[in-house]
Design a binder for this molecule. Structure first.
Ligand code: FFO
Ligand code: GTP
Length: 432
């Protein structure tokens, strides 16, 4: 029999209310011990909540969700206590002393929901993302995933794969007659190609999905003293980076998270690019370049409005050029100018960046939003491609369709994923 797990599911103490959640076979016993009796299922009930020795810990609301129609599929209870440290400590102490009860690990409630078939792995990932979401686009995307949009899609694909395999079986049965198989194999070929195209569309939308989830990476590059750190501070509206008039001040990479119009952006300040300087600075420059290689956008800053050097352009990353310290010189043509001494110019730049980010990441929330999902779907697509070759033996086609189905099975967690579960759920909060 599994343990009964419990955790403080609400946030930092003290708080107005604190929610302690439990799941498992001992829940009925715990509720009866603490509240005296089981309340009506799913109805908030006010009760004196007692410790094992009968002393009242708090007056709180209690909810009981009998399994299997609960979030985890097991009996679940929630105690809504006053969010004082001593209240919560006393209550958790009471629970910890009961036999068969232990504190939940990170994500363990959701893991049980998954293991009991209440949700699939993409929904679990969506719930994790929903709790981690910091921007509107992240929230929308996570809610769609948590609501089962990807699961439904994957289930539809899987049903169609099974149908196609059934057609092929029929094809094999007809193999001694010459007229029927042609029609069937044409139908099967079209079915496979359609599936593959739909999956490819989701994969390509998923590039956006991963950027929405992880944040679009914008790396600030430019010569020493160009005003990079000053601009990063101005964009972030706080003093995150050290600013001095000494060239070579910034040595390590500095990351700032921005919310631009509901999209997460990771702004990375780097060491000014130059020859010479000490080993620390040189390492900083190396890191800046390396980071820029994988960036989504480079902001190239130069106080004279000069273009970036060839090796920066050669990275193949889109570059936005900015002339800094615009308060010091006249208007320059062609290059956008900004001064941290002129808030209007910084706000204009923020608007410009927001439009750029929105145009890249906007649109309906994609289903694919992390590498694991992309890998599974890519494998399914690869298997379908292998099934599409001309004049392949039916057995080979069928085997590739089976492999595509297995890849979808790993996506939704239906098969063979024990080793990835730990890494997925360990990033969750305790109590989720
Ligand atoms: N107090 C509280 N608020 C919460 C949660 C919770 O567990 N407790 N949630 C937790 O994540 C979210 C809501 N999600 C939930 C999802 C499923 C079930 C549940 O019991 N499902 C049953 C019955 C559904 C029904 O009555 O229609 C089921 O799926 O069979 C409960 C909450 C957000 N807010
Ligand atoms: N007048 C004026 N001075 C600025 C502006 N932006 C930055 N500065 C000054 O330029 C100097 C260098 O600024 P930083 O932001 O440290 O430049 P950086 O590019 O990060 O420098 P490194 O770390 O050396 O690469 C500081 O003295 C800033 O106060 C601006 O818009 N106008």
């Amino acid at each position: 029999m599994s343990d009964t797990i419990f955790a403080l599911s609400s946030g930092a103490l003290p708080s107005g209310i604190a929610v302690v959640r439990l799941s498992g076979p001992a829940v009925r016993f715990v509720v009866e011990t603490s509240a005296g009796k089981l309340p009506k299922p799913r109805q908030a009930t006010l009760s004196a909540l007692r410790a094992g020795d009968g002393r009242v810990i708090d007056q709180g609301l209690l909810l009981f969700f009998p399994g299997p129609a609960s979030f985890t599929g097991e009996d679940v209870a929630e105690f809504h206590l006053h969010g004082g440290r001593a209240v919560v400590a006393a209550f958790l102490g009471f629970l910890g002393d009961l036999p068969g009860l232990r504190l939940a690990e990170a994500g363990e409630f959701t893991r049980r929901a998954f293991e009991n078939g209440r949700i699939d792995l993409t929904e679990a990932e969506g719930l994790g993302d929903l709790i981690a979401a910091e921007t509107e686009a992240q929230r929308r995307q996570a809610l769609r995933l948590a609501g089962g949009a990807f699961r439904e899609r994957a289930e539809d694909w899987r049903r169609r794969l099974i149908d196609l395999r059934a057609h092929i079986e029929a094809d094999l049965d007809f193999s001694d007659e010459d007229d029927v198989p042609d029609d069937l194999s044409h139908e099967v070929g079209v079915g496979i190609a359609n599936l593959r195209k739909e999956m490819e569309r989701e994969l390509s939308a998923g590039q956006r999905g991963e950027r929405v989830r992880d944040g679009l990476e914008v790396v600030v590059l430019g010569p020493p003293n160009a005003g990079k750190s000053s601009l990063v501070n101005a964009l972030a509206e706080r003093e995150v980076a050290i600013v001095t008039d000494i060239p070579g001040t910034t040595r390590d990479l500095l990351e700032v998270r921005l919310d631009l119009g509901g999209y997460a952006v990771l702004l990375v300040d780097t060491a000014g690019l130059r020859e010479g300087g000490d080993v620390i600075e040189a390492e900083g420059i190396r890191r800046g370049r390396a980071r820029a290689t994988a960036a989504d956008l480079i902001l190239w800053l130069d106080e004279n409005g000069n273009a970036p050097p060839q090796d920066v352009l050669a990275l193949g990353v889109p570059v936005m050029r900015l002339r800094t310290k615009a308060d010091l010189a006249g208007i320059s043509e062609g290059v956008k100018a900004v001064s941290v001494r002129d808030r209007t110019s910084v706000d204009r730049l923020l608007d410009l960046l927001t439009r750029e980010v929105a145009s890249r990441l906007g649109g309906e929330s994609p289903l694919v939003s992390r590498a694991r999902q992309r890998d599974c779907l890519s494998r399914a697509v690869a298997a379908l491609r292998n099934a599409e070759g001309k004049a392949l033996p039916a057995e080979v086609v069928a085997d590739n369709l089976r492999q595509a189905g297995d890849a979808l099975g790993r996506l939704t967690g239906r098969i063979d994923i024990e080793e990835v579960l730990g890494s997925i759920f360990s990033t969750f909060c305790i109590g989720k």
